[in-house]
Design a binder for this molecule. Structure first.
Ligand code: CP
Ligand code: NVA
Length: 314
């Protein structure tokens, strides 16, 4: 049974297939969508807030011919302490796939060990792989000629600013290595990537393509993409004041954008906090592709579910 708990759970060939299929699904939306989830019901268990992930999966499952069930953790017995093992065991008797947003990566790993239905990571404290695949597709649809999506990413420089120890930074460490991109993470001392993500990358067999600098200008120089995420992730609210003070020098401003390539893209997974990790003129500026990026969650996740469905038939 193949799952999607981290970027490197798919092969490079499958990732390339996800990009091509996402493109085809985007072009064909409303005209022809292969019903790869026909007759299937997928459950979405969410322990944290969500706008994009929740809605794009709900719509995506429906468009692939399946039926989505949204389960807020607090509405099911999981929220009252029923174990993950029992929950997964019971749900696996009803549904054909699970999409989970939670805190610990170990929770989704535990759910996947049941082995009878595929599990997709819809964000944990550790990783956000659906977002990284979507972001890579969003760049590639600009850089590729309609076919060579994976190849178009190779050698491109992605500069990531702010919280370089969160789920998005970790996910980019894995994604950049898989897609052959150069990743420069720029944040304050004390927020360098941890040993856990270095170990996960080493286990995957992909060579590291990332570096870390406390100098945001050096990171931005000649970048193809300037990327940022919130400084205070879900669950870190009590650390807000210290995080905002530490990360202030890493806000993406129009001056920082000027150091990147003249056609550099600005990207953000959203939700964005204007005046914090990004200034409003950059967020809504002509180099920003934030709303295409958000839309592409739908097409990319439909492609991920279809590629998994195909792999799990074998
Ligand atoms: N980017 C993202 O995952 O957004 P949501 O939290 O709204 O799902
Ligand atoms: N790092 C953010 C991403 C939100 C999509 C968080 O975990 O809250």
């Amino acid at each position: 049974m193949q799952h999607f708990l981290k970027e490197t759970d798919l092969t490079v060939n499958q990732a390339a297939e996800v990009f091509s299929l996402a493109h085809a699904l985007k072009q064909g939306r409303g005209k022809h969508t292969p019903p790869t989830l026909k007759g299937q019901t997928w459950a979405m268990i969410f322990s944290k807030s969500s706008t994009r992930t929740r809605v794009s999966f709900d719509v995506g499952i429906h468009e692939l011919g399946g039926h989505p069930i949204f389960l807020n953790k607090n509405d099911i017995q999981l929220g009252r302490g029923e174990s993950i093992y029992d929950t997964a065991n019971v749900l696996s008797r009803f549904v054909h796939g699970l999409i989970i947003r939670t805190y610990d990566q170990s929770e989704i790993e535990e759910m996947s060990k049941l082995g009878s239905i595929p599990v997709i990571n819809a964000l944990t404290d550790y990783l956000h792989p659906c977002q990284i695949y979507t972001d890579a597709f969003s760049m590639a649809e600009r850089w590729a000629d309609g076919t060579n999506f994976m190849e178009s990413l190779k050698g491109k420089k992605l500069a990531y600013f702010g919280d370089t120890a969160n789920n998005m930074a970790n996910s980019w460490i894995l994604g950049a290595a898989m897609f052959g991109m150069e990743l420069v993470l720029s944040g304050p001392e004390g927020y360098e990537p941890g040993e856990d993500i270095k170990a996960t990358l080493a286990e995957s067999g992909h060579a590291p393509t990332w570096s870390f600098t406390t100098d945001p200008e050096a990171a931005a120089k000649d970048a193809d993409v300037l990327y940022t995420d919130t400084w205070v992730s879900m669950g870190q609210e009590e650390e807000s004041a210290e995080r905002i003070a530490a990360m202030k020098p890493y806000s993406v401003t129009s001056d920082l954008m000027k150091l990147g390539k003249s056609d550099a893209l600005f990207m953000h997974d959203l939700p964005a906090y204007k005046g914090m990790e990004v200034q409003e003129d950059v967020l809504y500026g002509k180099q920003s592709i934030i709303f295409d990026e958000a839309e592409n969650r739908l097409h990319t996740q439909k492609a991920i579910m279809s590629v998994l469905a195909e792999a799990n038939k074998r």
